[in-house]
Design a protein around this ligand. Structure first.
Ligand SMILES: CC[C@H](C(=O)O)C(=O)SCCNC(=O)CCNC(=O)[C@H](O)C(C)(C)COP(=O)(O)OP(=O)(O)OC[C@H]1O[C@@H](n2cnc3c(N)ncnc32)[C@H](O)[C@@H]1OP(=O)(O)O
Ligand SMILES: [Co+2]
Length: 134
């Protein structure tokens, strides 16, 4: 069911500082910031040879990463994202096996313009997991 690792996401308290560190210190290629108010985050992608790092900063009053950053104020690994070819088939299979899909269970459109959904970290060994249909 799982395809490639699409990205590993890091929640950061200051996106500008994180971008500068990845671009200037680590010499990485980084995208422009993209505000996603419907997801409560601003994102920047660090492009690597084999995958991406997604840098996330809270946006707005009800950001889903606000509580995470309150617990880990220096930032930290927030989620992993795997590619799937049929996100609804993947969801149905996971739900049938007891995994919880966050939100109303329907995919939303993510940062790459593709359908995404999130699986509860408690069902995946403490790791919040995103699926993206490619
Ligand atoms: C889609 C656009 C973009 C893209 O890639 O295309 C993105 O990735 S946007 C990313 C931001 N969006 C989301 O994260 C959406 C899904 N997330 C959520 O709905 C929440 O973050 C949620 C429900 C996972 C956690 O919310 P919150 O922290 O407010 O809940 P709790 O404080 O009640 O925590 C419950 C429980 O879960 C543990 N937890 C929370 N976040 C994480 C995490 N990132 N990784 C691992 N575990 C996490 C938390 O510690 C609590 O554990 P407990 O044992 O019950 O104390
Ligand atoms: Co993501």
């Amino acid at each position: 069911m799982l395809g490639r690792l699409n990205h590993v996401a890091l929640a950061v308290p200051d996106l500008g500082r994180a971008v500068a560190r990845y671009r200037d210190t680590l010499g990485a290629r980084v995208s422009d910031p993209l505000a996603l108010p419907e997801h409560g985050v601003t994102v920047v992608f660090v492009e690597l040879e084999n995958t991406r790092i997604e840098l996330l900063e809270p946006l707005g009053e009800n950001s889903p990463i606000a509580a995470f950053l309150a617990r880990t104020p220096r930032g930290g690994m927030h989620h992993v994202c795997y590619e799937v070819s049929d996100i609804r088939a993947a969801r149905d299979r996971l739900v049938a096996q007891g995994a919880r899909v966050l939100g109303d269970g329907e995919p939303t459109i993510g940062a790459h313009g593709k359908p995404v959904l999130f699986l509860h970290p408690s069902d995946l060994f403490g790791t919040l997991t995103e699926l993206e249909e490619v």
